[in-house]
Design a protein around this ligand. Structure first.
Ligand code: AHM
Ligand code: MG
Length: 356
């Protein structure tokens, strides 16, 4: 409770005194926005509006008929959930209506969608997204998320589908913005434009995202690691050794790392970003290139983690330096606090063993 009104009635709605809204933040930071401040502000607005609509559907799941599978299979042979399709539809709709986006690439769509060719948009931003990551968790009320990555395409790009691979699929280092929305016990919108990372919490009572986590940084010494250890038989001997090494008690501090795995990348990443530690989705027998997709899962989180002072690697190179060859390509992912990512790389590359 903040101040008291002169009438003596307690003022329980001091949010706007305490926190900046996303809208205010956008106006404040326009000088940091890529290309056109006005156009990029509108793009952020479109993404945040879509996030609120997706959030509403998730919060009313069970009341609205949005749970369960939709009966369709996406390009990656995954059974789509109704909420996958709803989230995809709302993002496409918001970006199409906003007009600042010339190309969309979505986990739920086999091909990119060009918005220039039929004069729908004169925008220059390409947006890649996973509309609802971890959607297998929706039916059990666990957290899920939306992940997005933004690039700027050349002004003279015609929207020709044949050029998509050459022009639109750029390494993550070329991203101009990236972020995610975590639909959890509260809903958070976290993003970067290459000037640090800021997190906003949705206040559902006023329908605004409020800046609750300014200038997020990842601690160097986190206390948790996240990997699906049920797959351990499919891990390389080097990765198994690294996990054994990581689980050893720190002789200096007596600290021991804890395991945490929700199986919902946005939530697992969000915890790692806030508290430090490591998230791993490695190459396995089932997924020789890892499971997570470069363009709309690994690159955006890599941009965020680097902006927060962390690191993201395939185990052999910086994620954001991988040259994409396909919209849906996968890469192994080691992401989190710098010392743990570097240790994983040393083990995988044979520079450190359990005996060192
Ligand atoms: P999705 O994009 O189809 O939801 O799949 C990605 C999800 C991630 O959220 C999560 O980290 C991973 O799959 C979990 O995979 P697994 O069940 O193999 O551990
Ligand atoms: Mg996903």
């Amino acid at each position: 409770m903040s101040t008291s009104l002169s009438s003596g009635i307690p003022d329980v709605s001091g949010e706007l005194e305490q926190f900046m809204t996303l809208e205010q933040f956008i106006i404040d930071r326009q000088n940091q926005f890529p290309h056109s401040a006005a156009a990029f502000s509108r793009l952020l607005r479109d993404l945040s509006v879509a996030a609120k609509i997706i959030n509403r559907n998730i919060c009313q799941a069970g009341i609205l008929d949005v749970l369960g599978e939709s009966g369709t299979v996406n390009v990656q042979d995954e059974h789509q959930k109704k909420l996958d399709e709803i989230a995809d539809r709302e993002l496409v709709r918001a970006l199409r209506k906003g007009g600042e986006c010339c190309l969309i690439g979505s986990e739920e769509q086999a091909e990119t969608i060009s918005m220039n060719s039929n004069q729908e948009s004169h925008g220059q931003y390409a947006v890649f997204f996973d509309p609802l990551d971890g959607s297998s968790n929706t039916d059990i009320n666990a957290s899920v998320g939306t992940i997005f990555s933004v690039y700027l395409l050349p002004e003279d790009w015609t929207g020709n589908e044949d050029d998509v691979l050459d022009v639109a699929l750029q390494p993550g280092a070329e991203q101009v913005a990236a972020g995610y929305v975590a639909y959890g016990s509260s809903t958070m919108f976290v993003f970067t434009t290459g000037h640090g990372v800021n997190g906003f919490t949705l206040d559902p009572s006023i329908g605004e995202f409020l800046l609750t986590r300014p200038d997020l940084t990842i601690p160097d010494h986190g206390s948790t690691y996240s990997v699906n250890e049920a797959d351990i038989e499919d891990f390389s001997p080097e990765l198994r050794d690294f996990l054994t090494w990581m689980k050893r008690t720190d002789p200096e501090t007596g600290d021991r790392i804890r395991a945490r795995y929700i199986g919902s990348f946005v939530s697992d990443f969000h915890r790692t970003l806030l508290g430090g530690g490591l998230y791993v989705y490695p190459a396995t027998d089932n997924y020789p290139e890892g499971k997570l997709r470069l363009m709309y899962e690994c690159n955006p989180m890599a941009f965020l983690v680097e902006q927060a002072g962390g690191s993201a690697s395939t185990g052999y190179k910086r994620v954001m330096d991988v040259q994409p060859t396909d919209l849906h390509q996968r890469v192994p992912l080691y992401i989190g606090s710098v010392p743990l990512v570097e240790a994983a790389e040393r083990f995988l590359q044979g520079e450190q063993t359990l005996d060192d």
